[in-house]
Design a protein around this ligand. Structure first.
Ligand SMILES: [Ca+2]
Ligand SMILES: [Ca+2]
Length: 232
């Protein structure tokens, strides 16, 4: 066996061993997007209306986004109730959540269930009728209270002819066993900024010993393969 084919074999074994062990030790991830409705379709069974279908300014139901055994989604407006839903005009977003009151305590909590770990990878903010200035956004760990991500700046681009401009995206890789809070505030008026398209996943955490085990398993598999291919 030459060096090149040895490397190929080692790479293949590492890949298969890590994938297999990752599934066994880490468990499969539940990945989801909270989009509050997209492409002009208002979410069903999601708002406190007679039909349950969201209409602009209706309150989101506390059960929106919840998945039994996986995640509890909790939205919070300044009056202590849930956030409200709106269809358009927050830049180019469709179906968003916002706080109608002019307070400063607007957030959404994502709480993983069953001793699992939450990973937050993306969210978007849109400005009402176009760009908004001096908007603050934070992501806070619900266990430690630590601010893991902080932003102070513009949200969205200015409105153009026949459009409301483009929203602002935030790409992250934040993890927590306790859950994460996305909090945002526009000092000029709370309702000026709305949230949309939260990407997250929930999975059993891979502990440090398990990670080490994973590495050893991969190396062991490679070593075994090399020995097996060696001529007697
Ligand atoms: Ca909930
Ligand atoms: Ca949406």
């Amino acid at each position: 066996m030459n060096i090149r084919s040895l490397k190929r074999t080692a790479t293949a074994w590492c890949a298969s061993a890590v994938t297999l062990c990752g599934l066994l030790i880490g468990g499969a991830a539940d990945a989801a997007v909270l989009d509050f409705g997209a492409n002009g379709a208002a979410p069903l069974n999601a708002c406190a209306t007679a039909s349950g279908t969201c209409t602009s300014n209706a309150r989101l139901l506390p059960s929106y986004g919840d998945i039994a055994g996986v995640i509890d989604v909790r939205t919070h407006a300044s009056d202590g109730g849930t956030l409200r839903w709106f269809d358009t005009k927050y830049n180019d977003l469709y179906g968003v959540v916002f706080d109608q009151l002019n307070g400063n305590a607007t957030w959404i909590d994502l709480v993983p269930l069953g001793d699992q770990e939450l990973t937050l990878s993306h969210f978007e903010l849109g400005g009402y009728l176009g760009k908004r200035n001096k908007v603050s956004a934070k992501v806070i760990d619900l266990g430690s209270g630590e601010v893991l991500f902080s932003y102070l700046g513009d949200v969205g681009t200015p409105a153009g002819t026949g459009n409301y401009g483009v929203h602002t995206s935030f790409d992250l890789n934040l993890r927590s066993l306790s859950g994460l809070r996305i909090q945002w505030h526009d000092p000029s008026w709370t309702a000026n900024v709305a949230l949309d398209n939260i990407h997250y996943s929930v999975a059993s955490p891979v502990s440090e010993p398990a990670s080490g085990l994973l590495l050893l398993a991969g190396m062991g598999a490679v070593g075994w393969q090399i020995r097996r291919r060696r001529p007697d």
